[in-house]
Design a protein around this ligand. Structure first.
Ligand code: SER
Length: 319
């Protein structure tokens, strides 16, 4: 059985990816690790290993023993938290990636997935339909670490033949896991508030457009990228991946179609500066051409799905 390991399985994307990988390959085929125990019971049906991804010895031991077909290395500190702890963010984001790439160089892993982000772009990058090859201009430590990581992935591929693959995710919105420490987190929080019948105070300006994606699309895209034949992967830094672009005002509007009394009030904080530096939308033509990427869910449908799923959870908690 080809085994898979998810590092960072307790995070927003980790939980979702583990659930999808379990559904596809079976619980037994998936091992999960994190520095904290994932709160999701279904994730914990897979074998859990406590792992500090910055600990080279520990990561190498797990990967040498595990001989995984694929490792999804998701452990990272995100943009907003990273600005509060810049050196810790750099250390975590870089050291952990190098630990995994070194293990892949040793031949202990066939395929590595590592997430990059729209945070590699910045004030001097274009704002709309940003091309795959556009100027990278990260202004956050998180973005700097993602840019460097992209080039490390390509370096290990070119120098050592490591099959590392990556996606520049936009903000991810899902109902099965909570985000933490990101600038795009508002787009999840706003649905939770709405489902609980509460007003929401948004930390970004009402007209701040950012690229966003429904979680199931992101997970499907990630699995498609990882299943593509190696020769199809022409971009060995990281693929732009687009789905939709919206502002807090537009999400509020979309929620009000279902809940007319829902109210949003904006009090921009330090995260507004980060959001302003990022693009509004990206051009994902390379991902479409190389491995057939296509987003499926757009804002109106996402709002219906999110409110329905979170409404059921709220209802179950109350009764
Ligand atoms: N969602 C991330 C963040 O906001 C962007 O990649 O930090």
């Amino acid at each position: 059985m080809a085994k898979i390991l998810v590092i960072g399985a307790a995070g927003q994307l980790g939980i979702e990816l583990v659930l999808a990988l379990q559904a596809k390959h079976g619980v037994e085929a998936v091992d999960v690790s994190d520095i904290r125990v994932p709160s999701n019971e279904r994730v914990m049906r897979s074998r859990f290993m406590h792992l500090d991804a910055t600990d080279e010895g520990a990561v190498h031991k797990v990967l040498e023993e595990g001989r995984y077909h694929a490792v999804y290395h998701l452990a990272a500190m995100l943009s907003a938290t990273g600005e509060k702890k810049p050196i810790a963010a750099w250390d975590l984001n870089m050291q952990s990636l190098l630990n995994v790439l070194e293990a892949a160089k040793e031949g202990w892993v066939d395929r590595v997935f590592w997430p990059s982000s729209i945070a590699v772009f910045g004030p001097e990058s274009p704002k709309k339909s940003v091309a795959q090859e556009a100027l990278l201009d990260p202004t956050t430590v998180y973005g700097i670490s993602k840019q460097a990581g992209e080039y490390w992935c390509r370096y290990y591929h070119e120098k050592y033949g490591v099959d590392a693959r990556s996606i520049r995710y936009p903000g991810l919105v899902g109902h099965r896991s909570a985000p933490g420490g990101g600038t795009t987190d508002y787009a999840v929080e706003i649905y939770h508030a709405a489902a609980e019948g509460m007003p929401y105070t948004c930390f970004l300006r009402a007209d701040q457009a950012l690229p966003m994606m429904y979680m199931d699309d992101a997970v499907r895209g990630t699995l498609e990228l990882m299943e593509a034949p190696s020769e199809a992967i022409q971009v060995r830094t990281s693929y732009n991946l687009g789905a939709m672009s919206f502002t807090p005002g537009e999400v509020a509007n979309s929620i009000q179609q279902h809940l007319p009394n829902f109210q949003v009030h904006c009090e921009p904080d330090h995260r507004q500066i980060i959001a302003e530096s990022w693009p509004e939308s990206v051009d994902d033509g390379a991902a479409r051409a190389d491995w057939g990427w296509e987003p499926k869910v757009l804002l109106p449908e996402m709002t219906t799905i999110m409110l329905d799923a979170l409404g059921k959870k709220t209802h179950a908690a109350v009764h």
